[in-house]
Write a protein that binds this ligand. Structure first.
Ligand SMILES: O=c1ccn([C@@H]2O[C@H](COP(=O)(O)O)[C@@H](O)[C@H]2O)c(=O)[nH]1
Length: 292
């Protein structure tokens, strides 16, 4: 385990650090998704050694060019302990290189268990210390309270699944309560309240409790009464590139919230250009320019 935890050590909230990273590097978040197919396409072995080479190359392409890296935990977990060891290493290396790390682990459980997950992923001195974690509110938003407490304690962030990029999500997320409010709308409102309680200097900073809203699905929000601009929550938007959304889809879908709040993830869209470093960095620069 590395001892470096540069960004959280300063005790600056995740929202402030994310805003600064986006001002410096733009809104692109590169997804660190070592899909089996991508490892094969890159000529890498399907084991920890292959993962390690893949991560080193992506990190080299990202450092100094993008502000945020989002490792997809599933693609490390599939290799068991050796894969998780590589994830631990790369998360610490990325943070030491000045990147913010969002661990995409989509954790969610009853409150007492949630506390364990949150400590594992948000304690900057732990093996998996990340700047932020994706979490699932489908055991009830209140079950996330221990994770919100951990985010406050460690100056970390959470991205709560609200309106996910996959079409199947709408069956649950757009269901309505007797007052006609969608599940996604209730989650967005609860996240805004939780985020407000963590604001540090109230100078218009981004919140530290954000939402996952798909690039492919953001356009549904307005029609379903979900106000994405409320509370200046950071909005993590997967779905750009490989899932079909382009920059115009994003601008149309997010409307007023796009300019300040939206962090756009691209995994396969960037990684598909590797393993050549020049091609990877060019893909990153093109995506950054495209997203504005
Ligand atoms: O609603 C969601 C939430 C998370 N994801 C994750 O983002 C990346 C997307 O990868 P692409 O290759 O750019 O499609 C992946 O890790 C997903 O698990 C999402 O797609 N949608």
């Amino acid at each position: 385990m590395s001892s470096s935890a540069p960004s959280q050590a300063a005790e600056i909230s995740f929202g402030i650090r994310l805003g600064a990273a986006m001002s410096t590097h733009g809104r692109l978040c590169v997804g660190l998704d070592p899909h089996p197919q991508i490892l094969s396409d890159w000529g890498l072995t399907q084991n920890a050694a292959g993962l390690r080479s893949f991560c080193a190359r992506v990190l080299e392409a990202c450092a100094g060019r993008v502000g945020v890296l989002k490792p997809q935990v599933a693609f490390f977990e599939r290799f068991g302990v050796s894969g998780m060891q590589v994830l631990s290493e790369v998360q610490h290396q990325a943070r030491a290189a000045g990147l913010l790390v969002i661990a995409d682990a989509k954790r969610g459980d009853i409150g007492s268990t949630m506390a364990g997950y949150a400590e594992a992923w948000l304690n900057p001195h732990g093996d998996f210390g990340a700047d932020a974690l994706t979490v699932s509110p489908y055991l009830g938003f209140g079950s996330l309270q221990p994770a919100i407490d951990a985010a406050a304690r460690h100056h970390g962030g959470l991205f709560v699944l609200a309106l996910t990029s996959n079409p199947e999500g709408q069956q649950v997320q757009l269901a309505r309560d007797p007052q006609g409010v969608t599940v996604a709308g209730q989650i967005a409102a609860a996240a805004a309240a939780a985020s407000a309680a963590l604001i540090q200097d109230d100078a218009g900073e981004l919140g530290s409790i954000g939402l996952v809203v798909g690039a492919t699905t953001a356009g549904l929000a307005a029609d379903h009464g979900i106000d994405l601009a409320a509370g200046r929550l950071p909005l993590l938007a997967p779905g750009y590139g490989a899932q079909g959304a382009d920059a115009q889809t994003l601008r149309d879908g997010f409307g007023a919230s796009y300019r300040e709040q939206v962090l756009v993830n691209s995994s396969r869209g960037i990684l598909g250009q590797g393993p050549d470093l020049f091609s990877l960095t060019r893909a990153i620069e093109l995506a950054k320019a495209d997203l504005g």
